[in-house]
Design a protein around this ligand. Structure first.
Ligand code: 5RP
Length: 235
């Protein structure tokens, strides 16, 4: 990753912390951009008296949060989170996302679903007019994954490949990731999300529709904030 991209991710990650105030229960996303959010939340707790509790979207994020002293909640301790902050691999003008480049999409979606709002941290390279250039990650059960892949192939015009090939990548849930090469052809993200989730063996699709309320875009020029019109953080 170039220094410029890294700086952009850091700027977005830090700026997103402005959505967090003391007393909040916060969903902590996964990836190199939201890592900067988690680091900054840890810093504000240590140095500025911020008091929050978190729910992590991956074992990696849980480990980082523990290192930083961010208290983590179990699901039986929480019904709703105030906000989740997470990265994305692509976002379109309708605030639809492709996520799962880091393999954490199922837990990320569960945490986002349990949250009153979702803030996405990105850089300009993730902004597209139509989703799909980034291969859509789909988590599937190991059982019968070959047949699940064939059914996904009926929806996907390009290759459907198991991440890791013969040494398959395993998610925190023990699933496989199938990367579906749609190309920039996804005209109906919500419809495709429904169709993918309807295939037996699919655990979750890396399409997040109707979930993101704000997108924080870091770049060398500064930070841009997009608020979804009519969204849960809209003004
Ligand atoms: C992990 C994700 C990440 O949020 C997404 O891949 C973006 O990652 P990064 O911030 O490292 O570019 O969905 O499953």
């Amino acid at each position: 990753m170039s220094d410029g991209v890294n700086a952009a991710k850091q700027a977005a990650g830090i700026a997103s912390c402005d959505f967090v105030t003391s007393g909040m229960r916060v969903g902590l996303g996964t990836g190199s951009t939201v890592r900067y959010t988690v680091l900054e939340l840890g810093r504000r707790m240590a140095e500025e008296g911020l008091e929050i509790e978190g729910v992590p979207t991956s074992e990696a994020t849980a480990a980082l949060a523990r290192e930083l002293g961010i208290p983590l909640l179990e699901w039986h301790q929480v019904s709703e989170l105030h906000v989740t902050i997470d990265g994305a691999d692509e976002f379109d003008p309708g605030f639809n996302l492709i996520k799962g480049g880091g393999g954490a999409l199922t837990r990320e979606k569960i945490v986002a679903q349990a949250s009153a709002a979702m803030v996405v941290v990105t850089d300009p390279s993730k902004q597209v007019t139509k989703l799909g250039s980034f291969p859509l990650p789909v988590e599937v059960l190991q059982f019968g994954w070959e047949v699940t892949a064939r059914h996904l192939g009926l929806l996907c015009p390009g290759e459907v490949s198991r991440r890791g090939g013969d040494e398959p990548y395993l998610t925190d849930n023990g699933g496989y990731i199938l990367d579906c090469h749609f190309g920039a052809t996804i005209v109906d993200p919500a419809g495709l999300e429904t169709d993918v989730r309807g295939i037996a063996g699919v655990v979750e699709a890396g399409l997040f529709t109707g979930m993101a309320d704000a997108i924080v875009i870091g770049s060398s020029a500064g930070v841009e904030l997009l608020l979804k019109p009519g969204g849960r953080l809209g003004r």
